[in-house]
Ligand binder design. Structure first.
Ligand SMILES: [Zn+2]
Length: 281
């Protein structure tokens, strides 16, 4: 039974208690409450967008108020659309969304908070950005608010606009991309244990990462995991303990970046059961 009907039942007074005009006023107020609750305003980032029919688009959104939301933007592809080009992937927008009876909400209003043009205009930044969006798509699938995840996403995109292009380097090894993914793994409870050996507790001499064991191991306990350098382990800890804006100062080096990437992909595969398409690009 819809919540509105339940509320209406609970609030309906005994028939003799009120005169008809008052009953009428209460019904109107209930109708108004239900309508307001179904339309809401929230900050959101467009993670993905694809065509629907001639003029519409389906959007995968990460919203501040409700976490992951799917929405349809009607008429968005018409030249005179009132939404303009504001609903592209990477756009940080403030939306008015209407929740109808279907699974997809409907966009009824858009204002642009940050366009993130600079991220789209350079192939290296674009590559880093697409990794970030795909990791959000895979790790945060629930319609459930997570303010920390939303804040991490907007900070990642804000910082990315300022990152210098390192093309033709691989975006997958970019310290900001790695830092963002490690933080998302931590927020979603998938981050492996890297402070001591998961088998014996030894804190020194960690040499490998074993996804199945959920963390790092020392030489004596290593069953043949993914080799980790000391530099890489230190780099991962620095990325986790410093803000996203400082990721490029983490002194990862090529080897450290490769180690961090191995930990990220191992965690996705072992705990999430997926691989990111953008990481193999
Ligand atoms: Zn051990």
């Amino acid at each position: 039974m819809p919540i509105c009907s339940i509320l209406a039942r609970l609030r309906t007074p005994p028939s003799a208690a009120l005169q008809p005009p008052e009953q009428c006023l209460i019904r109107r107020a209930e109708h108004y409450t239900c309508r307001v609750a179904r339309t809401y305003r929230t900050d959101a980032v467009v993670l993905r967008s694809f065509r629907l029919g001639e003029a519409d688009r389906v959007l995968h959104l990460y919203t501040l108020d409700r976490g992951r939301v799917g929405a349809v933007a009607k008429g968005v592809r018409k030249t005179k659309s009132r939404f303009g080009g504001r609903l592209e992937p990477f756009s940080h927008v403030e939306l008015v969304l209407h929740q109808g009876s279907g699974e997809l909400h409907t966009v009824t209003g858009v204002s642009l908070v940050r366009p993130h043009h600079r991220t789209r205009e350079d192939s290296y930044r674009l590559g880093v950005g697409l990794i970030g969006l795909e990791s959000m798509l895979r790790l945060f699938t629930e319609q459930e608010a997570n303010e920390r995840a939303f804040t991490a996403l907007t900070r990642f995109l804000d910082r990315l606009d300022e990152v210098e292009s390192r093309a033709p380097a691989r975006p997958a090894l970019d310290p900001l991309a790695l830092s963002f993914q490690l933080k998302l793994l931590w927020l979603s409870g998938y981050l492996p244990h890297l402070g001591s050996c998961v088998e014996c507790g030894e804190t020194e001499g960690l040499v490998a990462y074993v996804p199945a064991a959920g963390g790092a191991v020392c030489r004596a306990c290593d069953p043949g995991g993914i080799a980790l350098s000391l530099h890489g382990l230190r780099g991962i800890r620095t990325l986790l303990s410093t803000p996203l804006a400082e990721a490029h100062g983490a002194d990862l080096g090529e080897r450290g970046a490769r180690d961090a990437l191995a930990v990220v992909t191992g965690s996705y595969e072992h705990h999430g059961g997926f691989r990111l398409r953008t990481l193999s690009a």
